[in-house]
Design a protein. Structure first.
Length: 318
């Protein structure tokens, strides 16, 4: 993907149309170019996870894609709804997700791939917003409407990767158990703006608003003091990356994690865990995650705005 692209005439509307075309093109090219010839050996570990997913869909003519969107309170500042400031447009995670859906729908029609899509949100818990359904020109408007609802889904107190990926794994595993052909090729496309974090419910008001019940990965640590929150966060990170934990469970089932980090107000190191979850390694703490790292289990990209997010998506999926 070139480093820069000239913005077309016509403002945001033209940009969105061009973005959709680019995304569809990237996906279709990926399908055409990334699959090995019949009888070839398994691709080396250097093949990107996105290309591997595209190759799988080309072989199977089917796939499952779970859109998993952060809905925590920090998004109000890191990826705000432009309408709050009386500006046109959508938050980056919403516009990016809708562009991806449009590209996947185009791919389904062009390359004769049967794609099933679901949409879920996460904060303290995993919440299904749109259940599994074939992605077609007919189903796209309703799916897009569900995705657009995330412009105001910003009330969650936590960014709990463990809860999100545990339930995402179960959701996809249930799909695999149906025998649907798409279940052989599965991916999670995840959008988030920050680190794994839990809110300290240290006042009666906060405890009334948000349950302080201990998390499954820290059963003796109610979220009512900073010490308990710190311990629970460490336990959650450790649980995600332990041998046989959620990261390994996704990889064992062949699920690709394509993670897009919205930079916004994030700090250096906020996305180390997310990068390690997606790729198996990161430049910081943790330096590794899980025991299954080949073939590449996923991909990780940083994005500061809608245009950067588009190019990051193309880079992963082409």
């Amino acid at each position: 993907m070139p480093a820069t692209t000239r913005r077309p005439q016509g403002g945001r509307a033209a940009t969105v149309l061009t973005a959709t075309a680019l995304t569809a093109s990237a996906l279709t090219v990926g399908l055409a170019a990334s699959a090995p010839p019949a009888g070839a050996a398994d691709p080396p570990a250097t093949v990107s996870a996105g290309a591997g997913f595209a190759a799988c869909m080309k072989t199977q003519h089917a796939g499952d894609v779970l859109l998993l969107l952060d809905q925590s309170q920090s998004l109000r500042t890191s990826d705000p709804d432009p309408a709050v400031q009386q500006r046109p447009g959508l938050p980056a995670r919403v516009e990016g997700s809708n562009l991806l859906l449009q590209g996947l729908a185009d791919l389904s029609a062009i390359a004769s791939v049967k794609l099933n899509v679901a949409v879920s949100g996460f904060d303290s818990t995993y919440q299904k917003v749109a259940d599994w359904q074939p992605l077609t020109a007919d189903s796209l408007p309703a799916l897009s409407k569900q995705v657009t609802s995330f412009r105001s889904r910003t009330g969650g107190p936590d960014t709990d990767y463990d809860a999100a990926l545990e339930q995402a794994h179960d959701d996809l595993a249930a799909r695999a158990g149906t025998g649907d052909s798409g279940a052989a090729c599965q991916a999670i496309v995840m959008f988030t703006d920050g680190a794994f974090s839990l809110l300290n419910r240290n006042t009666a008001e906060l405890r009334q608003k948000y349950p302080s019940t201990p998390r499954p990965y820290a059963p003796n640590k109610p979220l009512t003091s900073q010490d308990n929150v710190d311990s629970a966060q460490k336990a959650g990170r450790d649980d995600l990356c332990r041998t046989g934990g959620p990261a390994d469970a996704l990889r064992t089932n062949g699920v690709k994690l394509l993670a897009f980090a919205l930079q916004g107000t994030s700090q250096p190191g906020d996305f180390n865990l997310l990068q390690a979850l997606a790729t198996g390694t990161s430049p910081g703490d943790p330096s590794s995650c899980g025991s299954i790292t080949s073939p590449l289990p996923g991909d990780f990209r940083l994005a500061g705005n809608v245009d950067n997010l588009l190019f990051a998506m193309n880079a992963v999926l082409a």
